[in-house]
Design a protein around this ligand. Structure first.
Ligand SMILES: [Zn+2]
Length: 259
């Protein structure tokens, strides 16, 4: 399986692409599709039939708002092959509403079948040669801003990758990621940041390191680091190292891994 990090940026970064991961091989799946992701994908895979499935971890704009654009271009390019869309509970209703708000009436005339699958804690799925497993992330739990958010593990016979999505630290993530090749984990701001006290939304680099250590992952990839920490990568890495002594990567856009 080839893994491409299309983007790893936080929602409001002035130049970085929203977090998005492409798992490709016999089956091609996109994981999250924020507002600036489609152009990154079209640049390397313009083929209308390239994607078999898209997983949306939760209904925040930097994770879902590019997906209608992907589908509109597939329609223009006259795709006929079916597409599977996977998301948390309530995803289909929310996505149809979003689509209808920005391209009224177009979802019904896309010209190709779209199958929705909604997943919950502990669910497993097979999409082509990919085995998928899901667990709940803890993103804004207990607040009026809560949205259901799912983490995913993607495996094929060659290996596995786990993506935490946006989450505070939860032991469910290392359990999902147990002995995986690559763990991609939220690392928004250092552990002592005021932000974490105000908003139970994201993890620190130390949390990411702890999740990697508890899972036994071979590599840890950080994403979602706040723009105010650009150029302070050493600070982030030193915090991770308090918990995890394996390989840690702050990815460049388009960086790929063979698993
Ligand atoms: Zn979010």
């Amino acid at each position: 399986m080839k893994l491409v990090i299309l983007g790893a940026g936080e929602a409001f970064h002035d130049s970085k692409t929203n977090i998005s991961i492409l798992a490709s091989g016999a089956t091609n799946m996109l994981v999250d599709c924020g507002y600036n992701v489609p152009q990154k994908l079209w640049k390397i895979h313009p083929d209308k039939d390239f994607l078999d499935a898209v997983f949306i971890s939760h209904f925040h704009a930097d994770h879902v708002s590019g997906l209608p654009m992907l589908i509109m271009r597939m329609r223009q390019d006259k795709r006929t092959k079916a597409l599977t869309l996977i998301g948390p509970e309530g995803f289909e209703k929310s996505f149809r509403e979003l689509y209808d708000l920005i391209y009224k009436g177009f979802f019904e005339i896309n010209g190709f079948p779209i199958k929705f699958i909604e997943v919950k804690e502990g669910d497993t799925l097979a999409i082509g040669d990919l085995s998928l497993k899901f667990t709940e992330a803890d993103h804004l739990k207990g607040t009026p801003q809560f949205v259901p958010t799912m983490a995913i593990r993607i495996s094929n016979p060659e290996g596995s990758v786990c993506y935490s999505s946006d989450t505070t630290y939860t032991e469910r993530i290392p359990q999902l990621a147990m002995s995986c090749d690559v763990l991609i984990h939220d690392a928004y701001m250092p552990a002592d940041s005021e932000y974490h006290k105000r908003m139970p939304a994201h993890s620190s680099p130390r949390d990411a390191g702890r999740a990697a250590a508890h899972s036994g992952a071979k590599r840890l990839v950080l994403f979602n680091t706040h723009r105010s920490f650009d150029g302070k990568e050493d600070l982030l890495l030193s915090e991770v190292k308090q918990e995890f002594d394996g390989e840690v990567i702050i990815p460049n856009e388009g960086q790929s891994f063979e698993i």
